[in-house]
Design a protein around this ligand. Structure first.
Ligand SMILES: [Zn+2]
Length: 462
């Protein structure tokens, strides 16, 4: 049962004035597009810590106005040229109790041709409202993204954890150093050599030491840990409105790659001195530039985007690894793949009006050849390891213009784990065991990359 609140003003008589006062965004259409009685195709809610998205999909573009109201916090949305339908009422039951932003939704026919949604909020939000034109399997979409007004930085926890781990590493090196100096200072021992000096093999010891030999000075490895924790950004592709590729039995790429990324995060976090962060840890959509932005905010040393391939021919099989290219794609297939993955923003529904996106895109276009060179080295190591647990689609790292690989300063690869469109590989991707082998291979590849290309000391501060 829907119940309309008694307290809010009728937004209709002075629409323009109200829109100005409320700072609301009107989504207006050309007169030709307006038609009475749009049909609701589906309503969806994507709750996540970062933001909750509400999508109303219809067979015609919808015109909506919204207004935020306080005490209690709620978002009132009026959708014109719409009659209340059972499909619209479904929204009420789609709100999860653990939704971080939405307490509940009420729907009602506010006026003969206007449906009113009242979204009761758990916290003050800054909504972004926008429309998406039909794309892929979707018809017209009206989207409400509810962001917190005081955005808790989702990466703050990682930064805090990272700082703690770095301090801990610094302490353990200092302890080792302290113990070493301590022992050196004890009487009865020969004059301690300077910490960094190499022992002089030509001089035999004057007398056998009375105490156990001093511990070896801290290794270069230990010293590096003082200001160096390796951060790996893991990027499970797609999410939310964007399912990615879908296998013959219905397995979705967005679900498989999230499972792989979560397993890989745990595996990398178990390696001393390494921390993994995820660009998404749940089923919600993250625009491509925002994925890169997140990695840069934690000064990630690597960026690994995880996907599962699809092709018209169900026989296509094997894993591939891609890096960015600055001079065109290495093959027609690589170009096609980049176009397909870059379409994620359209399918998933990025709000292209947000100014940040443009600034970020311009910045990301400054990719360097050094980044590509390192990405290829990383790609080689990962491809080598994956080749040991499964089939490879191509034996070398391919290159194309993937938007998600454009961090100018972070070696970045995109791993197509297998072909989800191939029934046999779809089965493999669905199996925890196979995913475990894959995760182990990628983690080994990452480790080998760092063993051969040790990270430089940080010269930036967080
Ligand atoms: Zn993908």
């Amino acid at each position: 049962m829907s119940r309309l609140p008694r307290c809010f003003p009728d937004p209709c008589p002075e629409r323009r004035g109200l829109l100005k006062r409320g700072g609301a965004l009107a989504l207006l259409l050309g007169a030709g597009e307006l038609a009475w009685g749009a049909g609701i195709v589906a309503v969806r809610v994507w709750p996540a810590e970062e933001y909750t998205r509400v999508t109303i999909e219809s067979d015609q573009a919808l015109t909506a106005r919204h207004q935020l109201m306080e005490s209690p916090d709620r978002l009132v949305i009026d959708i014109d040229n719409l009659e209340l339908s059972p499909a619209m009422r479904e929204l009420v039951g789609k709100v999860r109790a653990d939704d971080p932003f939405i307490e509940g939704v009420r729907v009602g026919q506010n006026q003969p041709r206007t449906v009113r949604l009242v979204v009761d909020l758990k916290q003050a939000t800054a909504p972004q409202v926008f429309r998406l034109s039909p794309v892929a399997a979707y018809q017209h979409r009206l989207v409400f993204d509810l962001y917190p007004t005081q955005a808790p930085d989702p990466l703050l926890a990682l930064l805090r954890e990272k700082t703690q781990a770095e301090q801990q590493a610094a302490r353990s090196v200092q302890d080792a150093l302290g113990e070493f100096i301590d022992r050196m200072d004890r009487p009865g021992l020969p004059t301690p050599p300077p910490v960094a000096a190499a022992p002089k093999p030509a001089l035999p010891p004057a007398a056998p030491p009375m105490t156990p030999a001093p511990p070896p000075p801290p290794t270069a490895e230990q010293l590096r840990k003082i200001d160096r924790l390796i951060v790996v950004a893991l990027d499970p592709g797609h999410g939310g409105e964007d399912p990615g590729a879908i296998g013959p039995s219905g397995l979705k790429e967005k679900d498989v790659v999230l499972a792989v990324a979560l397993q890989l995060r745990d595996r990398l976090n178990a390696i001393p001195g390494m921390r993994a962060m995820l660009t998404r840890d749940d089923d919600f959509f993250v625009p491509l530039h925002e994925r890169v932005n997140k990695a840069r905010r934690v000064q990630a040393d690597l960026f690994v985007s995880i996907h599962a391939d699809a092709f018209m021919n169900p026989e296509a099989r094997g894993a591939s690894v891609f890096a960015l290219s600055d001079k065109g794609a290495s093959s027609a297939a690589a170009r096609w793949m980049a176009q397909r993955e870059n379409a994620s923003d359209l399918v998933g529904g990025a709000n292209i009006k947000s100014g940040d996106a443009h600034v970020m895109r311009a910045l990301l276009d400054m990719s360097t050849t050094a980044q590509i060179k390192d990405s290829l080295k990383l790609g080689d190591e990962v491809l080598d390891q994956i080749g040991k647990v499964g089939k490879l689609h191509k034996r070398s790292v391919e290159q194309a213009g993937f938007a998600v690989l454009k961090a100018p300063d972070i070696p970045s690869i995109l791993v197509e784990t297998a072909f989800i469109s191939n029934p046999e590989e779809e089965r493999k991707l669905a199996s925890t065991e196979y995913r475990g082998e894959l995760v182990k291979a990628v983690a080994t590849g990452i480790r080998r990359y760092f063993a051969r290309n040790p990270p430089l000391a940080r010269n930036r501060t967080l």
